[in-house]
Design a protein around this ligand. Structure first.
Ligand code: SAH
Length: 349
């Protein structure tokens, strides 16, 4: 069986080509074709020796996935697409064209194990971890789209389907790769990891000494409600998550973002806003409020604009840095996992 070359970094590929009895510099040439020129056929890599062009396909495949569905929002700011890999695993990626740059939201796993009550990604269960190459494929597909618009990808958020810290090694490998100049040259500060709060892995991430942005999905200000919404809270309760995030902020000097989905009459009353202030006052943190994207199967609703405003104002008046997530792509199934679910529903029929 051939090995997928897409997603290898320079050092690993240098080792591979040396084993083939070829000089190490060939690895750089191959990666330039793959990561800069978007050429996915060894026979077209014209600066390689003929022998190498013939040998490579016997050892390597090039699986950079293909876009099988793409939806663009009416305002053209958001594109959402499903990337399918050779084994038919499909994952979704969102491209958001914002005034401060182009951001992409990529998936780290196909499906999810966590079972959060409001989330669509979990509805079909967990399929498998994605490799670093499959995460890179999502980023490069997005780059190819914006290249046609004369643009670049500026920010990557690992906030699509899956829990990145439960696929730790592949995610870290991807982050290093996408940062490389020979790849996409994305600064670490422009990369965000969003986690439901896998405490030991947050601590491990802090020790990597990378200035990544860390987002914590909080969604409730007390353990009872948080465990109800996010079963992972039974394993890693609220205070342990906040302590781990403090450790991350201390180590990296990076401000933590706490994500808080607003769900009508579940976590959006003023007492809860007050509890949230108590938890986060005087921390190097900001709160990103996300009005729920309704997932019909889940039965939770988005609060009224009035309730959203009251909650937001309360936090602001108590000196919490708050941002209210701007809605993008609601006309194209923007909630995590919705596009993939529709695809799975169709293909399973
Ligand atoms: N597992 C990671 C990353 C994936 S979820 C995490 O939990 O952070 C990315 C973000 O989208 C999380 O904050 C998640 O809670 C949020 N999210 C999931 N379903 C949503 C929905 N229906 N509406 C709004 N945000 C949602």
């Amino acid at each position: 069986m051939t090995k997928n070359i897409f997603g290898l970094d320079l050092t690993s590929l240098q080792d591979e080509v040396k084993q083939l009895g070829m000089p190490a510099f060939r690895a750089g040439q191959i990666l330039e074709w793959l990561y800069q020129k978007n050429i996915y056929d060894f026979s077209l890599m014209t600066n390689l020796s003929l022998k190498l062009r013939e040998e490579l396909p016997k050892i390597f495949s090039i699986d950079c996935g293909k876009i099988i569905i793409q939806k663009n929002s009416i305002d053209k700011q958001t594109s959402k697409f499903l990337v399918e890999f050779a084994d038919k695993t499909a994952v979704e990626t969102v491209l958001m064209r914002q005034s401060y740059g182009n951001s992409i939201c990529i998936s780290s796993q196909a499906g999810c194990k966590l079972g959060c009550g409001f989330c669509a990604s979990t509805l079909h269960g967990f399929q498998r971890d994605l490799t670093s190459g499959e995460m890179l494929a999502q980023a490069m597909k997005s780059q190819a789209i914006v290249t046609k618009e004369g643009q670049h990808i500026n920010n990557i958020v690992i906030m699509g389907s899956g829990e990145p810290l439960l696929n730790y090694n592949n995610v870290i490998q991807f982050i290093h790769l996408v940062h490389e100049k020979y790849c996409m040259n994305i600064g670490y500060r422009n990369i965000t990891i969003s986690t439901s709060g896998i405490v030991p892995m947050i601590k491990k991430l802090a020790e990597e000494n990378l200035p990544l942005t860390l987002s914590i999905s909080l969604h409730a200000p007390d353990d009872v409600l948080r465990s109800h919404l996010m079963p992972i809270n039974n394993q890693y309760p609220l205070q342990s998550v906040i302590q781990a995030a403090d450790f991350y902020a201390e180590k990296t000097k990076r401000r933590i973002t706490y994500e808080y989905i607003l769900i009508d009459h579940i976590n959006d009353n003023l007492l809860q806003a007050k509890q949230l202030v108590n938890l986060l006052s005087h921390k190097l943190a900001n709160v990103n409020l996300i009005p729920l994207n309704s997932v019909v199967e889940r039965g939770f609703r988005r609060p009224s604009s009035k309730r959203i405003k009251t909650f937001t104002d309360f936090l602001q008046n108590h000196h919490i840095n708050v941002t209210l997530r701007k809605e993008m792509g609601t006309d194209i199934d923007a909630a995590c996992g919705q596009l993939r679910n529709k695809h799975l529903d169709k293909t399973n029929k």
